[in-house]
Design a protein. Structure first.
Length: 144
């Protein structure tokens, strides 16, 4: 159904609860446009703890899993599917390292993240995960 996003042109991003709460949604959406991404689907939602656990299931054995999923269920988020040449890698470059202390100047995490856990944004790490993560949030009718 979502095979079109197997091309290396799509990625799934989230604006996490910390960034939404602090009022950075607009700035991050502006950056998305400035970086040449096209928004193919977008929703403003909140996750339950169980839904956050489902999304981050690959991290279930990690020590930070409980904290991460509680944080991700703590407020509204924006989830979006973005299209651009080399979308996965380009978005990862734009957001910077997981820990804002290690992120390069000008990256979204350097600008807006408070800590390694509450780090403003998510980005898929591969095209396979972009597809899986997109199917978590969107069905075919919700993508343009
Ligand atoms: N995370 C955390 N502590 C860590 C590593 C990760 O709280 O030591 C959180 C952080 O919010 C991160 C998410 O778990 O964004 C997923 O971790 P991953 O290693 O996939 O980082 P990302 O791909 O988001 O940069
Ligand atoms: Mg990751």
């Amino acid at each position: 159904m979502l095979d079109f996003i197997m091309e290396d042109e799509f990625t799934l991003i989230m604006i996490k609860p910390d960034a939404v709460k602090r009022g950075h949604t607009g700035a991050i959406l502006k950056r998305i446009e400035e970086e040449g991404f096209r928004i193919r689907g977008m929703k403003y939602v909140s996750l339950t703890k169980a839904q956050a656990e489902m999304f981050y299931i690959v991290h279930k054995e990690r020590p930070f899993f409980g904290e991460l999923t509680q944080f991700m269920a703590s407020g509204f988020i924006v989830a979006a599917v973005l299209e651009r040449t080399n979308a996965v890698a380009h978005w990862r470059k734009v957001i910077g390292a997981t820990d804002p202390a290690e992120a390069e100047d000008g990256t979204i995490r350097k600008l807006f993240a408070a800590s390694k856990g509450e780090n403003a944004v998510h980005g898929s790490d591969s095209r396979e995960n972009a597809k899986l993560e997109t199917s978590f949030f969107f069905n075919a009718l919700e993508l343009v």
